[in-house]
Design a binder for this molecule. Structure first.
Ligand code: NAP
Ligand code: G4F
Length: 323
């Protein structure tokens, strides 16, 4: 048993799995909230499944959050659970709001009524900036979200700050820019590309259909970004931080790096398909992580090129194993 206990919502997701590993390495007792599903989706946490405590619950269900807090008695809660895929938020705007916006308030209420000393991390996002008002974006850049997901995250962000200011709770929001890894969901553009590269290289596919190739993102590595979440909760006073690499690239450049890492020319395989365009696009995101560097001492360790190579390599292995 460790001295510190942490509860992670979204533990089955990309970030949840890396954060759980990170906390276990630091001797934490790690509790993870799992929502019921008819098929098991523990792919990302299978290797640590016996080392963590899994609790049944859902951000839609207030009582389940109360029980989870009472059961885990955590010192720290990391709220990573969300409907996190931007296009799905146009298809299901109300559900996205229930989970990604009101889910934050439900969890904060569960904490406040159980033990207001618990430290809270909210997974805020660069999608808050949307149609950006200035570049690069900092902690003080005004928000202009461009999707029901972004709008929901604005609520999650402000309710976190509001609970800090209303109840003196230790609640932080990390405004994280896009971060990727071999565990990224297949629907996000980075993994869609690296998986596509592997399928093409193995002769399983002949083309890759994408949407807007001109969009720009500030892509970092998920393993580096979960470290920043923990660092935020170790400060004397709670605060909000932008976590980013400070460099943006286009989807084309991502394609060039991914296809290039296995000796392919992306332009021979990538085609634009209008089905993947969005009703309102976030054209460009680039964060300024100066405050995180200065106050937290946080620096990313894995470069863009290393991350892309790592993702392609893993997808090459996975596709080779597919029957
Ligand atoms: P992800 O892979 O999509 O994982 C989302 C997690 O949320 C999954 O574990 C999912 O569980 C869980 N979840 C969904 N609905 C839930 C509900 N009703 N109750 C409880 N849990 C629920 O997302 P991620 O990339 O790890 O991102 C983690 C968090 O950071 C999210 O809040 C995301 O919006 C935010 N964020 C991500 C990025 C990024 O670039 N990755 C950047 C900024 C912010 P199931 O496995 O059961 O679906
Ligand atoms: O990889 P994406 O789907 O990520 P997006 O929309 O930036 O959101 C991710 O990062 C946010 C942080 O800024 C998180 F809050 C959020 O939860 C999620 O993790 O799309 C990136 C860009 C977009 O501009 C999109 O239009 O890639 C463009 N894109 C072009 N073709 C595509 C595709 N995106 C997807 N998913 N699929 C395509 O075929």
């Amino acid at each position: 048993m460790g001295d510190r206990r942490a509860l992670v919502t979204g533990i089955t997701g990309q970030d949840g799995s890396y954060l759980a590993e990170f906390l276990l390495e630091r001797g934490y007792d790690v509790y993870g909230l799992i929502r019921r599903s008819s098929t098991v989706n523990f792919e990302r946490i299978r290797h640590i499944q016996d080392d963590v405590h899994l609790l049944s619950g859902d951000l839609l269900d207030q009582n389940s959050l109360m029980f989870a807090i009472q059961e885990a008695r955590p010192h720290e809660v990391y709220n990573l659970g969300a409907q996190s895929f931007v296009p799905a938020s146009w298809a299901q705007p109300l559900l996205t709001g229930e989970i990604t916006a009101l889910g934050v308030a439900r969890l904060l209420e569960a904490i406040r009524s159980t033990d207001a000393e618990i430290r809270f991390y909210q997974a805020s996002t660069s999608e808050l900036f949307g149609k950006v008002r200035e570049s690069p974006q900092t902690e003080t850049t005004p928000f202009y979200p461009r999707s029901p997901y972004g709008v929901s995250k604005v609520y999650g962000h402000w309710i976190t700050i509001n609970y800090r200011e209303s109840y003196d709770m230790y609640a932080c929001a990390g405004i994280l820019f896009n971060h990727e890894s071999p565990r990224r969901g297949l629907e996000f553009v980075s993994r869609k590309i690296t998986n596509g590269v592997a399928r093409i290289k193995h002769g399983r596919d002949s083309r890759l259909l994408l949407g807007n190739l001109d969009a720009r993102r500030d892509w970092g590595y998920a393993g580096d970004f979960v470290r920043a979440m923990w660092m935020m909760l170790q400060q004397e006073t709670p605060d909000d931080f932008v976590i980013a690499t400070g460099r943006d690239r286009t989807i084309r450049e991502f394609c060039e790096a991914a296809f290039g890492s296995v000796g392919l020319d992306w332009e021979e395989y990538v085609q634009v398909d209008e089905r993947f365009l969005r009703p309102a696009e976030v054209e460009v995101l680039r964060g300024d992580p100066s405050k995180a560097r200065r106050v937290l001492g946080w620096e990313p360790e894995v470069s863009f090129e290393e991350m892309v190579a790592m993702m392609v390599e893993r997808d090459m292995e996975l596709v080779a194993l597919e029957k």
